[in-house]
Design a protein around this ligand. Structure first.
Ligand SMILES: [Zn+2]
Length: 67
């Protein structure tokens, strides 16, 4: 899976930890690298508010795919 160069595994892991410790629902757009909130953990190919691409994944989902 191709992801934006700014999305490192550590960055996604950090977001998953943050989600577990709070009510945040972080997600990432793999097309432009934008981090968004209010994304379900298992979100897949949601439309990005920044670039419009259907490339937003929930942090948990993305971590599984990067592994
Ligand atoms: Zn985007």
């Amino acid at each position: 899976m191709k992801v934006h160069h700014s999305i490192a595994a550590e960055r996604v892991q950090e977001a998953v930890k943050r989600a577990a410790a709070s009510l945040d629902d972080p997600g990432f757009c793999v097309a432009c690298g934008a981090e968004t909130e209010g994304v379900e953990p298992d979100a897949c190919k949601y439309e990005c508010e920044s670039c419009g691409e259907p490339a937003v994944y929930g942090a948990e989902e993305l971590l599984v795919r990067l592994a």
